[in-house]
Design a protein around this ligand. Structure first.
Ligand code: NZQ
Ligand code: ZN
Length: 389
């Protein structure tokens, strides 16, 4: 049955070649004092940094460089909050991938809070306000540009926590696919795997509907078609643009309207992998996805596998359901493998020494994230991790 929903995404998205030229017009009403956040230097190498500074002549710009993948609470979030307070920042401009934007979202809330920003990230305290955020997205993957969440890592406690609050929607996201031409094959593939998994997290649920299913299947088809093209020809505009457009819808809820909650189990598992081993999010998801699928396959879940297999992969619907389901898992595995993703934990430096500990951690996170499509015990998670080695 289709469930009731209430949907609102306030983010303005400006998409296409050359759109960054509109930055001054978007920034003007938001204030003069800007915190410019970015990562390890890709935006300096591809010319975007110089372009932004040129467009924002006359603004007072404070910089927070060096935000790492799997952005860290300490130092990046804490440094950003301090810079906002010291410089009385009006608006944050995030230029980079999902990590830079996620970190900027936590900073935006922390800047308007007197206590320890970790209180907000862990929902001990509900944020009352946040600085406005504008972003220029340079990597197609997370969908952070069109959602209200960010994921923050705290190394000393092996935590990687999704922090979601409607206050964190960017005011405006600029998506110019030409700035993704410089993303290497590894991160292009990882971004595609991330977006692919966002769709599956929402496809596998009890109550679903044809509109949502169709939307999901279209996005998957787009990613499967264009990922190899973008990897072989990094400056193919159409491929980069289609991927960027598809990724944008990953996490803002539009793919799951009318559906029952799924609990996002693969993300919970992957976040533990990234928290313990600092691996690339999309690579961890590529490894976990087929193992999770195989683990949850049952009479009850069979229909989802058959739907995906026949609609997406064109598998003959006359075959026995169990065979279609196996083929669906296999095709998903082979797609990830075909775009160069590692398919075993050992390939990303993870051995069997901490599987139980991570599974325990996942269980605690999952318990807080609401109803699950298939409830996973600690043993289940450990089993999925062991199968992924
Ligand atoms: O740091 P720089 O030098 O910019 O290099 C980055 C980084 O090394 C590089 N890169 C980015 N744009 C580039 C580029 N290199 C060349 N040319 C460009 N145009 O790519 C590397 C990875 O960047 P990162 O921002 O970490 O990747 P991504 O966008 O995949 O973000 C991953 C983070 O987002 C979280 C993940 O858990 C992970 O921490 N997620 C956020 C979500 C959200 N907010 O909704 C949902 C996702 O499920 C995900 O969990
Ligand atoms: Zn993800």
């Amino acid at each position: 049955m289709i469930q009731n929903f209430d949907y609102y995404t306030p983010t303005r998205v400006i998409f296409g070649k050359g759109v960054v030229d509109q930055l001054p017009e978007v920034m003007k009403p938001l204030g003069k004092r800007v915190l410019l956040t970015y990562g390890g230097g890709s935006i300096k190498r591809n010319g975007l940094y110089d372009k932004v500074l040129d467009l924002l002549k006359g603004y007072e710009i404070t910089e927070l460089p060096g935000i790492e993948p799997n952005p860290k609470y300490n130092p990046s979030v804490l440094d950003g909050v301090r810079l906002c307070k010291e410089n009385n920042i009006d608006v944050i401009l995030s230029v980079g991938g999902g990590s830079v934007l996620d970190c900027s979202k936590a900073i935006a809330a922390g800047a308007k809070y007197d206590g320890d920003p970790w209180d907000l990230i862990t929902y001990k305290v509900k944020a009352q306000a946040a600085l406005p955020i504008v972003d220029i997205m340079t990597l197609a993957a997370t969908g952070s540009e069109y959602d209200a969440g960010g994921v923050i890592s705290r190394t000393e406690t092996n935590d990687k926590i999704p922090y979601i609050d409607p206050l964190l929607y960017p005011v405006c996201s600029f998506l110019d696919p030409t700035y993704t031409f410089t993303v290497n094959a590894k991160h292009t593939a990882a971004g595609v795997a991330d977006a692919f998994n966002h769709v599956l997290e929402q496809y596998f649920c009890s109550d679903h509907n044809m509109v949502a299913d169709g939307f999901c299947e279209t996005l998957l088809r787009t990613l499967i078609h264009f990922a190899p093209i973008a990897i072989a020809h990094p400056d193919d505009y159409q491929a980069r643009a289609e991927i960027m457009y598809a990724c944008m819808y990953g996490c803002n809820g539009i793919l799951a309207l009318g559906n029952s909650p799924s609990g996002w189990p693969m993300h919970a598992i992957e976040h533990a992998l990234s928290a313990y081993y600092d691996i690339t999010h999309g690579e961890g998801l590529a490894i976990i996805t087929p193992r999770w699928m195989r683990h949850i396959l049952s009479e009850r879940t069979m229909e989802r596998f058959v739907s995906l297999g026949t609609h997406l992969y064109g598998i003959d619907p006359n075959l026995p359901d169990a065979e279609i389901a196996e083929m669906t898992i296999d095709r998903t595995y082979k797609f990830f493998e075909s775009i160069g993703l590692p398919m075993h934990l050992q390939q990303v430096g993870i051995d069997n020494s901490r599987l139980r500990e991570m599974a325990q951690h996942v269980k605690e996170d999952v318990q807080q994230s609401g109803p699950q499509y298939v409830t996973l015990t600690v043993d289940d998670v450990e089993g999925i991790l062991a199968d992924s080695l």
